[in-house]
Design a protein around this ligand. Structure first.
Ligand SMILES: [Zn+2]
Length: 391
């Protein structure tokens, strides 16, 4: 895994074709937009200056998870409007593209954005409008760039692509999770939108994933992909439940995957075996871990603010499929490029490992096209990747 840190510069990583598979739209607004919308809707903010908000709300370090979550009351409040939703989605797509991210899967819970005026399907449609408009504009630029390469041997720039992930919440009544997913499926069918997957977010401890089995079974039977936030605050058994009961194709975070001591048994040998079996299963099935380093540093006190304490090297040593993601670009003040740089520097990752991490993001995406189209896209991304590295 060891490489020469100096061999991968930030400007190169920025140019590489990347995916962001784990990013909450309501945690990824532009700060300037949050302020403008709050002023427009006459909503209270602790400060109306970017600097002030960075000092008071969207900080580099947080006391704990509740402190981290503070900012969402403001972002969710300004998003309860169809035009604002469209704008936030549009800007998020452009901001991603400017970071060299060509594939995004913004996730959100329509229930948390509707306030008392909006309906779930209106929220999804408005967000899609923003994403689609950005996608079209970005792909015109990419097309122009590719045309100028026409006689050259250079690899062509892959298109910008997005899909939606709809979130249910762990602390909800399971009925609410089910109805959220049912409504997402109806919206997908009625409006022909790239709603590809569902997620379960919210606090793990005390709110087991298994409670939301009906929502996941419904999604499973409607051919939606599944991801679950698990192993962030709770142990390997939470990840096991996500995979076995909720059919998870991917796991959000999975930070505690290797922590046998979190398993409820008096027999340490048994616990160790359980973790080994689970890791083997995850590796074999290519269940992908969506790792968000900065967010973990900000919410998991056991990391002691040092990324070197993260379980990412263990995941890589076990041959697991891992994608590096942002979680929340505003709340964690980060980008995919920044996250990859942090991983590369902290663990002295080789160029080969960096390519693996980036390509897992594309390969294990919930791509809104058929298998052959996805294969072609992966191939394009890989060729373009090599051409950027060559430069
Ligand atoms: Zn998350």
């Amino acid at each position: 895994m060891k490489g020469l840190v100096s061999s991968v510069s930030e400007s190169t990583i920025k140019k590489l074709p990347k995916a962001d598979l784990h990013v909450h739209l309501d945690g990824s607004l532009r700060l300037s937009t949050l302020i403008e919308l709050a002023q427009e809707f006459k909503l209270n903010l602790p400060s109306y200056e970017e600097e002030g908000l960075r000092e008071l709300v969207f900080k580099d370090q947080y006391k704990d998870l509740p402190d981290y979550l503070q900012g969402f009351q403001y972002t969710c409040a300004v998003m309860q409007d169809l035009q604002a939703l469209e704008r936030v989605a549009y800007e998020f797509a452009w901001d991603s593209y400017h970071d060299g991210v060509i594939y995004i899967e913004p996730r959100y819970s329509p229930e948390l954005l509707k306030g008392d005026k909006l309906k779930s399907h209106e929220i999804i449609v408005a967000i899609d409008k923003g994403l689609k408009r950005a996608e079209q504009e970005i792909n015109i630029l990419i097309e122009k760039e590719n045309q100028s390469l026409a006689d050259d041997n250079s690899a062509i720039h892959p298109n910008f692509v997005y899909s939606h992930i709809i979130c249910a919440m762990r602390m909800w009544d399971p009925e609410q999770s089910l109805s959220t997913i049912q409504s997402a499926v109806l919206t997908k069918e009625k409006h022909n939108l790239p709603i590809m997957a569902i997620d379960l977010a919210g606090p793990e401890d005390g709110f087991p994933a298994i409670d939301h089995e009906d929502a996941y079974t419904y999604a499973h039977k409607h051919f939606l992909y599944k991801t679950v936030h698990a192993g962030e605050a709770y142990g390997p058994s939470s990840i096991f439940q996500a995979i076995t009961n909720l059919y998870a194709d991917r796991i959000g975070h999975g930070f505690h995957l290797f922590n046998a001591e979190m398993i409820n048994t008096k027999d340490p040998g048994k616990a160790k075996q359980y973790v080994e079996n689970l890791v083997q299963y995850i590796a074999e099935r290519r269940i992908t871990l969506e790792v968000c380093l900065t967010s973990n540093l900000q919410t998991l006190p056991e990391l002691k603010n040092d990324p070197a304490n993260h379980s990412l090297p263990k995941m890589l040593e076990a041959g697991l499929s891992v994608a590096i993601c942002t979680d929340n670009t505003l709340v964690s003040n980060t980008t995919v490029t920044k996250e990859l740089m942090l991983a590369a520097k902290t663990f002295d990752l080789s160029q080969k490992t960096i390519k693996k991490l980036i390509m897992y993001g594309i390969k294990r995406s919930f791509y809104p096209g058929n298998y052959l189209e996805k294969k072609k896209y992966i191939d394009l991304c890989s060729k373009y990747y090599d051409s950027v590295v060559k430069e």
